[in-house]
Design a binder for this molecule. Sequence first.
Ligand SMILES: Cc1cc2nc3c(=O)[nH]c(=O)nc-3n(C[C@H](O)[C@H](O)[C@H](O)COP(=O)(O)OP(=O)(O)OC[C@H]3O[C@@H](n4cnc5c(N)ncnc54)[C@H](O)[C@@H]3O)c2cc1C
Length: 456
Amino acid sequence: MSQPASSRHRVVVVGGGFGGLSAVRALRRADVNVTLIDRVNHHLFQPLLYQMATGILSEGDIAPPLREILRRQRNVDVMLGEVTGVDVGAREVTVDTYGQRSVVGYDSLILAAGSRQSYFGHDEFAVDAPGMKSIDDALEARGRIFGAFEMAEVTSDPAAREAWLTFVVVGAGPTGVEMAGQIAELSRRSLHHNFRGIDPAQARVVLLDGLPRALGPFPKSLARRAVKDLTSKGVEIHLGVMVTGVDAEGIDTNADEPALHRIPARTKIWAAGVAAAPLGRIVAAATGAGADRAGRVQVQPDCTVAGHPEIFVVGDLMSLGKLPGVAEVAMQSARHAAATIRGRLGGDNTERPFRYRDLGTMATISRFRAIATAGPLRLSGFPGWLMWMFVHLMFLTGFKNRAAVLFNWLIAFIGHGRPQRAITSQQVFARLSLTADPTRAPAQPTPSATSHQQAS
Ligand SMILES: Cc1cc2nc3c(=O)[nH]c(=O)nc-3n(C[C@H](O)[C@H](O)[C@H](O)COP(=O)(O)OP(=O)(O)OC[C@H]3O[C@@H](n4cnc5c(N)ncnc54)[C@H](O)[C@@H]3O)c2cc1C
């Protein structure tokens, strides 16, 4: 028999990403009250952020509102706010909603706050090299990328123009590879005939990584194929090169080659590393659980925190074995946590370890080219791309989003267009309001930053 709503078991889920949303859905038939708390109002499909940044998709296509997704699930309440503290004794979390503080009690707590960009101790790089973790990041990158072509068009000094037409992506993992491939494709294909003073196809796209090989998570043969495809698209790849400095005009590296030591480049995108969301350290301190170097909370094999069977940590925030920070781990670990809670409510207190089923991984290089693994399958080129397209459409939340994404893909991949090319000053300059130093000069188009003479 179900409990009256007021005396039901309370499950608080922090984070409405891949993990949090999977946990909430897995509890839809459970006799519980769920509160889903997220600091943003949407569920973000991060794997397609780079397509937002390069004008293929809009934010609405890949970030449906959490309230809309869950409108039919009667046992869940969505709350907008950032969880800033956990009182494990009182079993309460503190939530900050745009400055307004509230306290929410729980019987079970699922923490799925994900990760953030890591600049390896150089957070100051973020000012001139936005990451690729949020809608803000992708919109800023879009503003910088398309804005750079505009600036090149009105800049007559050849060196300054070259710097506007140089795009550096840091990090040759899947995100960096996808980003570099798309910038190359839009410059060589989509912007064709759009400018009079410059040839966008002259854009230099540079991909850097400190490690000696690109696409670490992929088998070597597939990674080699991806590098070959990317190079044929015009991307310059330099591996084993560490970034030592980033400023508005360019990027410094430790490369011996003088031409790489300093790369004049107005647009830099950081896709190099991730660290756990700050909530990881807060929870580790509150519970006494360890945190790894990236700030992820160490958990027991069943995804609970030692000494706190009522607290689960899942997805990118969790440190368990060598599990990778991918969407499948987040979804499967979240479902495991939800199943444990359901089992306990039914009187089954067995501690079952979480077992991850690796379903494969994939990355696009450009239109019609991708690499993908699924079990023993190794795909590249067009077959890999078809698989990539199918899997991404399946994993997108909501029919409306799938239809919109498919439509935009047709425009971008079959046609030449980029349907989402509108840029605003807010996208480019808003980061200033997020930086500690308000006197910091903008890194992008300013009247003083470059000459505004019409190019000949
Ligand atoms: C650009 C990019 C491309 C990627 N591509 C792939 C891919 O192709 N395949 C793949 O498998 N994985 C990919 N990933 C990784 C994948 O997106 C993550 O592993 C996955 O999102 C982790 O899910 P999660 O639920 O742990 O965290 P997230 O999905 O990041 O969700 C965390 C949520 O918690 C919220 N939150 C954080 N802190 C708080 C707080 N204190 N209070 C309230 N809410 C909070 C955030 O707003 C967010 O909504 C990619 C990631 C990025 C950034």
